[in-house]
Design a protein around this ligand. Structure first.
Ligand code: PLP
Length: 389
């Protein structure tokens, strides 16, 4: 491969670009995770996470990828044979469902078309049918990273309440937390699942469960086996700033810095920035004459945009050419979208000029790959970002 200079453009929808400040924070000597300085740091982090999740209750940190936190949410609250209601928003909802099945849960899937978010009305109808309350949990992916479609979590909560159903509400925010408005407490979520490598701007390796009092109560009678993921042991150790096993110390240095960066900018500004970059991206896609996969404007993702290629054009060939010629990684199509879409990540430590560079790379890549398109996508994005559109 030819030597490439300058920064690689990592424009997949996570892992996202890690800011230098966070890299520098991680690049410190590992400290004694049972010593006094560590206890002070982790108490500060556990406190700071409340503002990020919008919660007053506990947030658990695992040294694991997001999949671990998916599993933790289920094994701490449910028992073998319990029914969970999930919604097929895309590839990640499908994986979470498979994981639930492997744990011995009865995972029921409401089918979706991968172009819309979870349908609150369909969920309400199913919950109303469930008169004996066999369904113990409702699981929704907030930002479906495979499609760039979000689900309206507050409306799902309202649907559960209208049905008068006691099921727990679990939400995967692995790719939305720290990028899009999310409110664990206000939206009545029982378990929020999150990961480090997207809006939190950290490398992969940490994941989270934010827990409501109702979820905590459910964990007392839940019977699925759990050891590594056990909330009880974590909460006991966390109360004094420690962990039941060796934590990912250096990633925690990075997490402390990430929380400081989010607080400095202000969460509302973080969300507005992501919204602006996403809107500019959609304007570029439309100017190219291509189609945004998400079909419902109120469900557009601010984190990524999935773009459909015209029939007969392979998105993976386009991505390969863009990587080789312009040193930029774009997200691939997952599951049934393989080869049909590419995904532009515009999350985390991103600004206007990084986005313009990204969109220029896409526009040049489309031309290089012979994908039919109109010119002027980057111009449309620039006009919007400059307030001229
Ligand atoms: N859920 C969503 C929405 C994701 O985007 C991902 C990963 O990208 C996962 C779950 C799985 O997380 P991980 O790959 O960190 O285990």
């Amino acid at each position: 491969m030819a030597v490439q200079r300058g920064r690689h453009f990592l424009q997949i929808p996570g892992p996202s670009n890690v800011p230098d400040r966070i890299l520098r924070a991680i690049d410190n000597p590992t400290m004694d995770h049972r010593g006094p300085a560590f206890g002070v740091m982790s108490r500060e982090i556990l406190q700071g996470l409340h503002g990020v999740f919008g919660c007053a209750g506990p947030v658990i940190i695992y040294p694991a990828s997001g999949t671990g936190a998916w599993e933790a949410a289920l094994v701490n609250t449910l028992s073998a044979g319990d029914r969970v209601l999930m919604y097929e928003t895309g590839w990640f909802a499908t994986l979470w469902r498979e994981l639930a099945g492997k744990l011995g849960l009865e995972a029921e899937f409401l089918s979706g078309d991968w172009r819309h978010g979870a349908d609150p009305a369909a969920m309400e109808a199913r919950l109303r049918e469930d008169r004996d309350h066999a369904i113990k949990a409702v699981c929704v992916v907030h930002n479906e990273t495979s499609t760039g479609v979000t689900s309206r979590v507050a409306e799902v909560r309202a649907a559960i309440d209208r049905a008068g159903h006691p099921a727990l509400l679990m939400v995967d925010t692995i790719s939305s937390l720290g990028s899009m408005d999310y409110r664990h407490d206000d939206w009545g979520v029982d378990v929020t699942v999150a990961g480090s490598q997207k809006g939190l701007m950290l490398p992969p390796g940490l994941s989270f469960n934010a827990i409501s009092q109702k979820a905590l109560a459910a964990s007392k009678s839940a019977r699925l086996p759990r050891a590594f993921w056990d909330w009880e042991a974590m909460l006991k150790a966390n109360a004094t700033g420690y962990f039941p096993y060796t934590p990912a110390t250096n990633l925690l240095y990075g997490l402390r810095e990430a929380i400081a960066m989010l607080e400095e900018e202000g969460m509302a500004n973080v969300f507005a920035r992501h919204h602006r970059l996403a809107e500019a991206t959609r304007r570029a896609v439309r100017a190219w004459g291509l189609e945004v996969l998400c079909q419902e404007p109120q469900e557009y993702s601010s984190v990524l945009t999935a773009v459909l290629l015209p029939e007969g054009h392979d998105a993976d060939v386009f991505r390969r050419i863009t990587l080789e010629k312009f040193n930029m990684s774009l997200g691939n199509g997952l599951g049934k979208l393989q080869g049909r879409v590419f995904r532009i990540g515009h999350l985390g430590d991103m600004n206007e000029l990084m986005l313009c560079g990204t969109l220029a790379g896409v526009e040049m890549g489309l031309a290089a790959a012979g994908v039919p398109h109109a010119k002027g996508g980057v111009q449309a994005a620039m006009d919007y970002l400059n307030g001229n559109a």
